[in-house]
Design a protein around this ligand. Structure first.
Ligand code: NI
Length: 220
């Protein structure tokens, strides 16, 4: 799980929000599987509308320019981006996302990672936190507008009920060049060393990487 700071500037967020004001929103249950549909209550804009497609490209480009996203995620295929809107009473209960989805270019993708890009100032709505389930319980994410949370798609997660205001977000899924999380993390650590780090930090990441490779390749 990674928080990506300032994927969009506040001006970019405003531009996306203005575009979404012209986009058609529909009942979010249309894109949920049979289990998730029962706990999903929101509105969303997705698909063939030209405004939505232009905004989706804008967001994909912004993610690809983000240095942490580029070094970690290594996307080879993307789902369509869904713009979701939660008003008072809207929520998305605990669920997991599909393992395979339609790709935006028409093929299929394996969903390795999900992202939620927050488009609302957290001061302007109440509730609406993204909660990601881990072995030690749930962790809450409610970052600034323009920030994104990137996480392994297999995780259970939910969006708590919005009790006031409006929560806008862009969500999407991607297939990574590197299928396994541990291998992707190892390459990410080495990229950080290659990009230049203080000696102590570089040494720690190299120690971690050697340990990771020994665990992957070593036989006892
Ligand atoms: Ni989900």
């Amino acid at each position: 799980m990674l928080t990506l700071g300032q994927v969009l500037t506040l001006d970019d967020v405003e531009r996306v929000r203005n575009g979404l004001a012209r986009a058609p929103f529909r009942d979010g249950r249309a894109t949920a599987g049979p289990t998730a549909r029962k706990v999903k209550r929101n509105q969303q804009a997705v698909g063939a509308d030209p405004e939505v497609e232009a905004l989706s490209r804008f967001i994909r480009d912004a993610l690809l320019r983000h240095p942490v996203f580029a070094a970690y995620a290594r996307p080879v295929a993307w789902s369509r981006i869904i713009f979701s809107r939660y008003g008072p009473g809207d929520t998305y209960g605990l669920h997991t996302d599909d393992a395979q989805m339609a790709a935006e270019d028409g093929g299929r993708l394996r969903t390795d990672m999900s992202f939620t890009l927050f488009l609302s100032d957290p001061e302007t709505y109440e509730g609406g936190a993204l909660l990601l389930d881990g072995l030690d319980g749930e962790r809450e994410h409610r970052p600034q507008a323009g920030d994104a949370v990137l996480y392994a798609t297999g995780r259970l997660h939910r969006v708590t009920p919005v009790t006031a205001g409006e929560r806008l977000a862009a969500v999407g899924w991607l297939q990574s060049l590197i299928r396994r999380d541990d291998q992707r993390e190892l390459l990410f650590d080495l990229e950080r060393v290659r990009a230049g780090l203080p000696d102590g930090e570089a040494r720690l990441l190299l120690d971690k990487s050697v340990g990771g490779l020994l665990r992957q390749w070593g036989e006892i």
